[in-house]
Write a protein that binds this ligand. Structure first.
Ligand SMILES: Cc1cc2nc3c(=O)[nH]c(=O)nc-3n(C[C@H](O)[C@H](O)[C@H](O)COP(=O)(O)O)c2cc1C
Length: 194
């Protein structure tokens, strides 16, 4: 028994090392491990993209998961001038500065009830998701569904852009999000998804 107590600190240190190593491996997948067994027909990859970066990442996620892609298309498309973030009066800047802005979406998802997992992609606009993402989230009942946010940006991380969306679909199970650069490869995305 005395021996046991003598070795107790060593056992403790070894257990701690094991736990740290184990959680580091698990951390690679964040909390998406629980999505591993999801039937591809129940995965929706919904995304908004004006200049193609987020569309590319969404395409990779669709290929990797087998999920169905849905592009959130604005009723009024954004012109290059609408996206001019150097102009305080550009459409994108005005919308991002207006908490009530909800740009209209053209069309929609007919069978949202059938999806269990929604990958939700957007470009970062001034550190946040574009307001059309707010329109999308307010358009459906996401209760009981898992939402996995992802974004692209020039350099900003996903930051609080995703957590600021949680209240718009409070019944959903929001998973950790991920930011990708415009040059992210399919294997970068695969490392995150799988
Ligand atoms: C109005 C506006 C605001 C932006 N704000 C940011 C920002 O805060 N941080 C950043 O790194 N990139 C910012 N960007 C760059 C976009 O996030 C980036 O180019 C993104 O990949 C575009 O995605 P898309 O091609 O799918 O539209 C902004 C772009 C626009 C048009």
């Amino acid at each position: 028994m005395k021996k046991f107590f003598k070795f107790l600190p060593i056992i403790f240190v070894l257990s701690a090392c094991f736990c740290i190593a184990f959680s580091a491996c698990g951390g690679k997948n964040d909390d998406k491990g629980k999505l591993d067994s999801t039937d591809p027909s129940k995965i929706l990859v919904a995304y908004f993209s004006c200049t193609g970066n987020t569309r590319k990442i969404a395409g990779y996620i669709g290929d990797i998961t087998g999920g169905i892609a849905y592009e959130i298309i604005p009723e009024t498309p954004y012109t290059a001038e609408d996206l001019n973030y150097n102009n305080n009066s550009s459409r994108a800047n005005i919308e991002q500065n207006n908490p009530a802005a909800r740009p209209a979406i053209s069309g929609g998802v007919d069978n949202m009830a059938e999806y269990e997992v929604i990958y939700l992609g957007y470009p970062i606009w001034w550190g946040e998701a574009p307001k059309i993402i707010y329109t999308f989230l307010e358009s459906y009942d996401f209760s009981g569904k898992s939402i996995v946010p992802f974004c692209t940006s020039g350099s900003s991380d996903i930051g609080n852009s995703a957590t600021h969306l949680h209240s718009l679909a409070s019944g959903a199970n929001w998973l950790s999000g991920k930011r990708f650069s415009s040059s992210a490869s399919k294997s970068d995305v695969e490392n995150w998804v799988m």
